[in-house]
Write a protein that binds this ligand. Structure first.
Ligand code: GDP
Ligand code: IMO
Ligand code: MG
Length: 423
């Protein structure tokens, strides 16, 4: 069985929590795109784990895989493995596999990302983790791969080949010289490469073998649908394909293998960084959502922009991913707001539209048209079943389900694993 989970909005929908919730039923959890721009939070038994690269299946026996379509900063990964070890979770090579072809995020990618972002007059608000520049090198066939850093001879040969080009690019953007040839960085990467060598695997082969043997595989998306490099709100997007189809291409699994595609979606909407967000609330409502929802970036700590649920964007997410079920998160955060609003359509250039225009420039001109519903006062964080929720919350979920046209299978009412119920 092969299931794909993706974020249905602009990231931070609670993918980590939902993956953790489902991991008990799966044999393999695999990350297929993105890098440490992701920050996936799991809260179990009062402990909080923030993961950037390690797949969110750490709490069970599932095998964890980092696929070749990801971009991986080995320093961040080592740090994450060390923190997990300190909290009693030893991620040995028997638990984690990293594809030999995984692109490595080098210090010069981070430098270039920061320089470019600082120089942009119209900013994207990247996480400055070097994501875009690592993907540029993948496409340009100038990447350094996991297999290269595991072998210092291979690593030095590759660096030598690329050094001049990279130094020139940094200098042209006004950056400091010597980033590429910095001996400290080279030594650090070589040492980590050696330590990570036993983790190297062929992810596509492992997954295909597992599926053939009747095992269950879960692909964990990072970022969100509308941050997709092709179908998102360009240019305000990340540099990878974040939609469900990308899991097949990036992990090397045939599309006919897919059984389920689950979309994780918040009961409202958030976005970090720049770009259109039609339902954004720059007021008391936005503050309520940010404060009550703890809407501050897991990776950068930046405050997230918050707004009402956006149905046109959700409809597009359903199309782009082909969701078979939804996990609705953070319903508890809406407690105390009255009325609660759903953006059911937009007015764009004097016309109404139930689906977002293709271009970000046009989306930024759209004004939301809201349907209002009665709010509720009761705290939801201890609720154990759908029927135990106040009438208003039940009506809200049913209405969203009707509008989205896909079953809401999971409802989440708090960060903890137990604060979830299946409908
Ligand atoms: P991800 O990137 O999609 O994995 O999401 P993040 O971990 O970046 O952000 C989601 C945040 O919301 C985390 O702090 C979670 O612990 C928290 N969270 C997840 N689900 C719920 C929920 O239903 N209610 C509340 N209040 N918090 C939640
Ligand atoms: P998770 O997996 C939310 C956003 C950045 C920026 C844009 C491009 O935790 O949901 P990048 O550094 O990728 O080049 O930045 O994408 N972004 C995210 N926003 N959640 C994420 O990941 C994100 N990863 C990148 O804020 O707007
Ligand atoms: Mg996140």
């Amino acid at each position: 069985m092969f299931t794909i989970i993706t974020g249905a909005q602009f990231g931070d929908e609670g993918k980590g929590k939902i993956v953790d919730l489902l991991t008990g039923d799966y044999d393999i959890i695999a990350r297929f795109q993105g890098g440490d721009n992701a920050g996936h939070t799991i809260v179990v038994g009062g402990e909080t784990y923030k993961l950037h690269l390690v797949p969110s299946g750490i709490h069970y026996r599932a095998r964890l895989l980092i696929g070749p379509g990801t971009v991986m900063n080995p320093v961040v990964l080592m740090d994450e493995l060390m923190k997990l070890k300190k909290s009693g979770i030893d991620i040995t090579p028997a638990r984690l596999g990293i594809d030999a072809k995984t692109s490595i995020i080098m210090p010069y990618h981070i430098e270039l990302d920061s320089l470019h972002e600082s120089a942009r007059s119209d900013k994207i608000g990247t996480t400055k983790r070097g994501i875009g520049y690592a993907y540029i090198d993948k496409v340009a066939r100038d990447e350094i791969q996991m297999i290269d850093i595991a072998d210092s001879g291979r690593f030095m040969k590759r660096l030598k080949e690329l050094a001049q080009q990279k130094e020139a690019a940094i200098a042209a953007m006004g950056g400091r010289r010597g980033v590429v040839t910095d001996q400290g960085h080279i030594k650090e990467y070589s040492e980590i490469g050696r330590k990570l060598a036993p983790y190297i695997t062929d992810v596509s082969h492992e997954i295909n073998r597992a599926l053939a043997g009747g095992k269950k595989v879960l692909a964990e998306g990072a970022q969100g649908t509308h941050l997709d490099i092709i179908h998102g709100t360009q240019k305000y997007v990340t540099s990878s394909s974040t939609v469900a189809g990308s899991a097949c291409a990036n992990l090397g699994i045939g599309p006919k293998r897919v059984d389920e595609v689950i979309g994780v979606i918040k009961a409202y909407i958030t976005r970090v960084g720049e770009g259109p967000l039609p339902t954004e609330q720059k007021n008391k409502i936005g503050e309520h959502l940010r404060e009550k929802g703890g809407e501050f970036g897991t990776t950068t700590g930046r405050p997230r922009r918050c707004g009402w649920f956006d149905l046109p964007l959700a409809r597009k997410a359903v199309d782009l991913n082909g969701y078979t079920g939804m996990a609705l998160t953070k319903l508890d955060v809406l407690t105390g707001l009255d009325p609660v609003k759903i953006c059911v359509q937009y007015t764009c250039n004097g016309k109404t539209a139930g689906y977002p225009p293709e271009l970000a420039s046009e989306l930024s001109q759209c004004a939301p048209v809201y349907e209002e519903m009665e709010g509720w006062e009761d705290d939801l964080s201890g609720v154990k079943s759908f029927g135990d929720m106040p009438e208003g919350a039940q009506t809200y979920v049913k209405r969203l389900e009707e509008l989205i046209g896909v079953d809401i299978t999971y409802v989440s009412v708090g960060p903890g694993r137990e604060q979830t119920f299946i409908r």
